[in-house]
Design a protein around this ligand. Structure first.
Ligand SMILES: N[C@@H](CCC(=O)N[C@@H](CS)C(=O)NCC(=O)O)C(=O)O
Length: 109
């Protein structure tokens, strides 16, 4: 099972949409940023930066748990785990990541 710790911000929703679109089952744990729930010792143990979203997959690669922060890293993980949305070809995958990077971090369109 996957646990997602997030809030209703754009980065939090991006991670949640990725899990939904990839068809991965998960438990959603809302984090109230206004109340500092991202700064508790429990949360900081998952992400020392103290930012949402954080995803814990208790059945990661090799059956071992894995913790991932950063919404774009969560997108990639979901795509890899589900085998959806991410092309596998040697040229197609970089082309996809190039387009994705422009959408996520590029200058305003
Ligand atoms: N680059 C990160 C940014 C994460 C981020 O900025 N999270 C914000 C909410 S959207 C947060 O946790 N803010 C609380 C804080 O920094 O104390 C990502 O894409 O996940």
């Amino acid at each position: 099972m996957i646990d997602l710790y997030a809030a209703g911000t754009s980065n939090g929703m991006r991670a949640r949409i990725a899990l939904e679109e990839c068809g991965l089952a998960y438990n959603f744990h809302p984090i109230n940023l206004d109340q500092g729930e991202n700064l508790t010792p429990q949360f900081l143990a998952m992400n020392p930066v103290g930012q949402i979203p954080v995803m814990v997959d208790h059945e990661g690669p090799g059956g071992k748990p894995v913790t991932i922060s950063q919404s774009s890293a969560i997108l990639l993980y979901c795509a890899e785990k589900s085998g959806k949305h991410l092309p596998k070809g040697a040229a197609a995958r970089p082309a996809f990541l190039q387009a994705r990077r422009k959408l996520l971090t590029g200058p305003p369109l």
